[in-house]
Design a protein around this ligand. Structure first.
Ligand code: GLY
Length: 374
């Protein structure tokens, strides 16, 4: 009989050698119905306005084909891959506080699961349509828990997501891009401080330090919750003026290896927040431009999924196949590029980083920023 090694959960950063990962699945993905936080993220010229329901069958089949191929590429490199179990996303969600008539999907595991050392933490999430998404990962997390006596399976407090969680001015029928940029520059985001909210994809792991984007999907109380939950870590809030729709940090700020980070040149980290990196001799460089002018059809994300890459180890990086400028830049930086075709799966919730969640990377918890800001 084929024997499978017991699972071990451990991952402290975004770049140590990857040994085990979860890759998302497109099956059953829906465009969710309108709700305050989703509306705030959909651009006014989006082809998603006014529609919701299950995504077209042929796009789901194509998305799954690409995700399966990505999983096989990783397996051929010796990386163990697990997949979530989709629930029926056509089911409504009813809680004492809200109702939504259908759900989202389980293509971007990175949004839901935050791995820190031997812990995997289910995020609160901040969209009503994603309230039950953690259920897709429970079969895997239960198996990990049975295999690995050190594994800590944690879940952040489920939020109530009443109307008090969302700013009413984001419900306006029309908001100019100029207005959005002015609001996001002064951290006037769609989510209020009613209760702790965070999506896991707003967190980047740098050993002892966690860098968390304050934006539409993560509020300051969410960041404070993470600070109290991880008392042995230093948790840093960052924000990126220039992003009119700030959700998830991984198309904006991308560590490649110790000492080197790509930053979206349209969404630069403010000077004050650069200090921790500069004082510890980390270099922050502009990411190469995207190869596309438009996202693919029915896609929430921006063209900057070009920099949503998956680091396999400090010398090897998966880059989406059509993102030739990003691949050239990484090649010039002396790293091997593994091309992965995924653009036709972007619509399900993101690129190569979004579509994965770490289970095991080699290495321990290091202190990369011994000199802290004042
Ligand atoms: N934050 C995801 C994007 O740029 O689309």
């Amino acid at each position: 009989m084929h024997s499978i090694e017991p699972v071990r959960v451990s991952s402290w950063n975004e770049w140590d050698p990857l040994r085990h990962v979860i890759v998302g699945v497109a099956t059953g993905s829906h465009v969710p119905p309108p709700e305050p936080a989703v509306n705030a993220k959909v651009p006014e010229d989006s082809d998603m306005l006014g529609i919701h329901g299950i995504r077209p069958k042929e796009t789901i089949e194509k998305g799954n084909e690409l995700l399966d191929n990505f999983a096989d590429t990783l397996r051929h490199r010796g990386i163990r891959v697990d997949r979530p179990t989709p629930i029926d996303f056509s089911q409504p969600v009813q809680t004492p506080d809200f109702h939504t008539s259908s759900q989202f999907g389980c293509m971007p595991p990175r949004d839901v699961l935050l791995t820190v050392g031997s812990e995997i933490l289910e995020a609160t999430m901040s969209y009503r349509c994603r309230w039950f998404e953690y259920l897709c990962y429970r079969p895997l997390l239960q198996r990990f828990w049975e295999d690995d006596p050190e594994f800590r399976h944690e879940a952040a407090p489920k939020p109530r997501l009443t109307d008090r969680d969302y700013r009413k001015d984001y419900l306006a029928d029309s908001i100019s891009e100029e207005q959005r940029l002015e609001w996001t520059a002064r951290k006037h985001f769609v989510t209020t401080e009613e209760e702790p909210l965070f999506d896991a994809a707003d967190v980047l792991r740098f050993g002892r330090d966690l860098v968390v984007q304050h934006g539409f999907t993560t509020n300051l109380k969410g960041i404070e919750w993470l600070r109290r939950h991880f008392p042995d870590h230093r948790v840093h809030a960052v924000n990126f003026p220039g992003d009119p729709y700030p959700i998830h940090i991984d198309a904006t700020f991308t560590p490649l290896r110790p000492g080197l980070i790509l930053n979206n040149p349209k969404r630069r980290l403010p000077d004050e927040q650069r200090k921790i990196f500069e004082r510890n001799n980390w270099e922050i460089i502009d990411a190469a431009p995207p190869a596309h002018n438009q996202p693919p059809p029915l896609c929430y994300s921006s063209v900057w999924l070009s920099m949503n890459i998956l680091v396999l180890d400090p010398k090897t990086v998966c880059v989406e196949k059509s993102e030739v400028y990003q691949a050239e830049q990484i090649d010039r930086l002396g790293m091997e590029v593994v091309e992965v075709e995924l653009r036709d799966a972007y619509a399900f919730g993101g690129g190569l980083h979004c579509s994965t969640a770490d289970v095991l990377r080699e290495g321990d918890c290091e202190d990369y920023f011994p000199v802290q800001p004042d």
